[in-house]
Design a protein around this ligand. Structure first.
Ligand code: SAM
Ligand code: FES
Length: 344
């Protein structure tokens, strides 16, 4: 049995074997092929859509890699109103989206009461939809309140599972311990949880990536979001190298084989570093795309990194473009809430 067959069979490998997969290209073809086989066994050709609403680019934190960190004085800040968010959902529902992802920086303007008010209004209007939040680290009580208001999924990438690496890419007031605790709290409350990391973030090593796999094995998330690190101007890492396309694709395939049931997006960051990046991500084992639903006039301001794609299109154009990309990759977009299939 070669390493890829072993990974498929056992849903695990030793650290040394992971290192071979990550550092050599010997097994790439086999890796992509087997990941696609497993993806089709679990999800067929289906690709789920998540309508992304970037509702605020204010953030009280200053993650060193992130273009909307609070120390970046060169960007224009914006917030959507409740009405604007509900308009996005209305448009998204008409376009066939059955999951809304509300993402923002950590913005204290959006108090728990305000978030609960927005979430319950969405829940009331769209009973058949999933509501995903991605607003960073909050107290367990806050997470419980949002859950009771009707949110049922939460995305919080752990960013890196290694303490020292975490410290190198975050300010001292943020801790990996708290981020991990948030993820376990969210699981305990009953959310479907998504975690993940950037590929090629500054100082990241192969050992760190293997530690990321090990942490994900411990967490067993429903969703795993990974994408290449892309430098953002006016940040500490503005001149660092971007993450590698091939390595990102290999990691998508490894994750598919480690977690056959997982919902894995082919991210906008992947589409930013290569024109056909999202198609390649789908072929490597991803099964989600996240069209942007934010009003076009704000999109350019949610600048996590440089040259982000899809900032000029209207929601309907994004839908059409992604549908075409999905079908060119050999898969099909489905109108479905898109829950994880854990029957394997
Ligand atoms: N504030 C929330 C949080 O902390 O989870 C959600 C927003 S945050 C901007 C969403 C994700 O963007 C992060 O988890 C990070 O992995 C990704 N991101 C930030 N800066 C990036 C960059 N320069 N390149 C690629 N991805 C980046
Ligand atoms: Fe807060 Fe990026 S630093 S969202």
């Amino acid at each position: 049995m070669n390493i890829v067959e072993e990974l498929k069979e056992n849903k695990n490998l030793s650290d040394e074997q992971f290192k071979v997969l990550l550092e050599t290209d010997t097994y790439n073809d086999e890796l992509f092929k087997q990941a696609d086989i497993v993806r089709q066994q679990v999800y067929g050709k289906d690709v789920y859509l998540r309508g992304l609403i970037e509702f605020s680019n204010y953030c009280k934190n200053n993650c060193y890699y992130c273009g909307i960190g609070c120390e970046n004085k060169n960007i224009t800040r914006y917030r959507l109103t409740k009405e604007e968010i509900l308009d996005c959902c209305k448009q998204g529902y008409e376009l066939g989206y059955r999951t809304f992802v509300l993402q923002s920086g950590e913005d204290p303007f959006f108090t728990d009461n305000l978030i609960c008010d927005i979430v319950s209004a969405i829940r009331q209007n769209y009973k058949d939809c999933a509501i995903t939040l991605s607003m960073g680290e909050k107290s367990k009580e806050s997470y419980i309140a949002y859950f009771k208001a009707g949110a049922n999924r939460y995305l919080l990438r752990h960013e890196t599972a290694n303490e020292e690496h975490y410290k190198k890419i975050h300010p001292e007031y943020l801790s990996l311990k708290n981020r991990k605790q948030c993820l376990f709290n969210l699981k305990e409350i009953g959310y479907q949880v998504g975690s993940g990391f950037m590929v090629g973030s500054p100082y990241q090593t192969t050992k760190n990536l293997i530690e990321d796999f090990r942490f994900l094995q411990e967490l067993k998330p429903d969703m795993i979001g990974i994408g290449p690190f892309i430098p953002a101007q006016n940040t500490k890492f503005a001149n660092c190298k971007q993450g590698d396309l091939n390595l990102t694709l290999k990691i998508i395939s490894i994750l598919r084989l480690l977690f056959p049931y997982a919902l894995i997006p082919s991210t906008t960051a992947l589409g930013t570093i290569a024109p056909n990046g999202r198609e390649l991500g789908l072929k490597a084992g991803a099964n989600i795309v996240m069209p942007n639903l934010s009003p076009a006039k704000y999109r350019k301001l949610y600048t996590l990194y440089d040259d982000k794609i899809c900032t000029n299109e209207e929601a309907a154009e994004c839908r059409g473009c992604l549908e075409k990309r999905v079908s060119l990759s050999g898969y099909k977009v489905v109108t479905d809430v898109g829950n994880p299939r854990k029957t394997m």
